[in-house]
Ligand binder design. Structure first.
Ligand SMILES: Cc1cc2nc3c(=O)[nH]c(=O)nc-3n(C[C@H](O)[C@H](O)[C@H](O)COP(=O)(O)OP(=O)(O)OC[C@H]3O[C@@H](n4cnc5c(N)ncnc54)[C@H](O)[C@@H]3O)c2cc1C
Length: 404
């Protein structure tokens, strides 16, 4: 370490990572008259915000409670989520010209449908509030020094150092490397002796291989409304068949509760009962082919694909009790055994991260390292699909900004 190269900064905090958490932290610190320096390795801030929600950014969820977050400590997120609520998110963005519209299941998007409007709120505020952002600046190391920390970073090919009394680790999680994702937050946590809960891809498509693969493959592009469940959780949303397996919102949701080797189930007619439907239809239309009944409920392609499992060429009148029992099982309790998931490059978030036992839930400061804070996705708090992850990122950024 070359002390003579180290710049003594007069920033109140250095924020590592210019994503959702870091940006909210910088702006909120600015409102309180504090000065921050944000170090971001990309050539722009908010890379994930820009592509989120298909470029429209699902920036919060009206139904947010701690129950929509997965963590080894399910109570941990409560404090931050109550210090910065969904109403705070809505009011904050409204103040800067963004009104929200609910698409489905409480998911709020800007009425303009433009994620870049969300990022602009932060870049404009950072400029107005004199918060400094250094882009194309990759942080390489964080070490404790007298009165704070020394941060080593690489900028324009040069390695330099800067000091700060406080460091905010807002460097995100492992998904989507090309958007700047890194394990930096996890590495720094370990270096300071903090435990890290095992990380795995979450909100991620699932793959099917082996003898079942061709069955899924033939349905590529077909989407069905399902209840997808296992012994831990249940979600009612669409699933999407792909040439390598399953995707769509219900699959992404269950993936966060799925572990390698496990099965889960799909009810492909969650709001009706197939036996009741057949019984009713049989009374007026006994000659109708099962194939045609199924094609009316789903796509014809899907009905045809079921022919390998069900007697779809029989008419309704000739279906036996055993046929009906088979239908019940296949339609309402379709068993899926994924081979794996599509990995961090296709995941929306990671599960696991810095162990919440190591952090104060009220301040997000590391209990063992005063002045070191962790927020956003690098913490072991993982939201469901639907705007919950941004709500956590905003809330944790806000909370940290109140501390230094
Ligand atoms: C395709 C996709 C769509 C999504 N859509 C939604 C959605 O609609 N709603 C929702 O709630 N969530 C969504 N998410 C999840 C959401 O984007 C994340 O939960 C959220 O961005 C996490 O915020 P963060 O600030 O913790 O991390 P990030 O936003 O990932 O920011 C971390 C930043 O740190 C930088 N960084 C990392 N290491 C270093 C280093 N060593 N030095 C300097 N900088 C570094 C990275 O470049 C990055 O810019 C989506 C995710 C993906 C991948």
């Amino acid at each position: 370490m070359c002390a003579n190269l180290t710049k003594q900064s007069n920033f109140d905090a250095i924020i590592i990572g210019g994503g959702a958490c870091g940006l909210m932290c910088a702006v909120q610190a600015g409102f309180l008259g504090k000065r921050t320096l944000m170090l971001e390795r990309n050539d722009r801030v908010g890379a994930k915000i820009l592509i989120s929600g298909g470029g429209r950014c699902n920036y919060t969820n009206l139904h947010t409670t701690a129950q929509q977050f997965i963590s080894a400590n399910p109570h941990f997120s409560k404090s931050a989520l109550s210090q910065w609520t969904v109403d705070d998110t809505i009011n904050f963005f409204e103040t800067y010209g963004i009104t929200g519209q609910e698409k489905t299941l409480g998911q709020l998007f800007p009425t303009t449908n433009k994620a870049k409007d969300i990022v602009e709120v932060f870049t404009n505020l950072c400029a107005d509030l004199d918060q400094t952002i250094w882009l194309e600046t990759e942080v390489k190391a964080v070490e404790q020094a007298q009165g704070g920390f020394v941060i080593t970073y690489e900028r324009y090919g040069k390695t330099q150092q800067i000091t700060s009394p406080n460091v905010v680790m807002a460097s995100g999680g492992l998904p989507v490397q090309k958007l700047g994702a890194s394990d930096f937050g996890l590495r720094i946590a370990r270096q300071f002796g903090l435990n890290v809960v095992k990380t795995v891809p979450a909100l991620v498509p699932l793959t099917i291989t082996g003898k079942d693969q061709s069955w899924y493959e033939q349905l590529s592009g077909n989407s069905i409304f399902c209840r997808v469940w296992n012994e831990r959780i249940s979600f009612e949303e669409n699933i999407l068949f792909t040439h390598w397996g399953l995707s769509g919102p219900a699959i992404l949701q269950i993936s966060s509760y799925w572990q390698a080797g496990e099965v889960f189930y799909m009810d492909m007619l969650p709001q009706q009962n197939i036996t009741d439907l057949i019984t009713a239809e049989r009374a007026t239309n006994p000659k109708k082919l099962l194939l045609n009944l199924l094609a009316g409920l789903y796509t014809r392609k899907f009905a045809e694909a079921l022919s390998s499992m069900l007697p779809v060429q029989k008419n309704l009148a000739s279906l036996s009790k055993a046929d009906l029992e088979l239908m019940e099982q296949l339609i309402h309790e379709f068993k899926v055994k994924p081979a794996g998931d599509k990995g961090y490059d296709k995941a929306e978030v990671m599960r696991g991260g810095v162990d919440t036992d190591e952090l104060s839930s009220k301040t997000l400061e590391a209990k063992k390292v005063p002045g070191l804070y962790f927020g956003g996705e690098c913490v072991d708090v993982t939201g469901w699909l639907g705007g919950y992850n941004f709500q956590w990122a905003w809330a944790s950024g806000f909370v940290i900004a109140q501390q230094f």
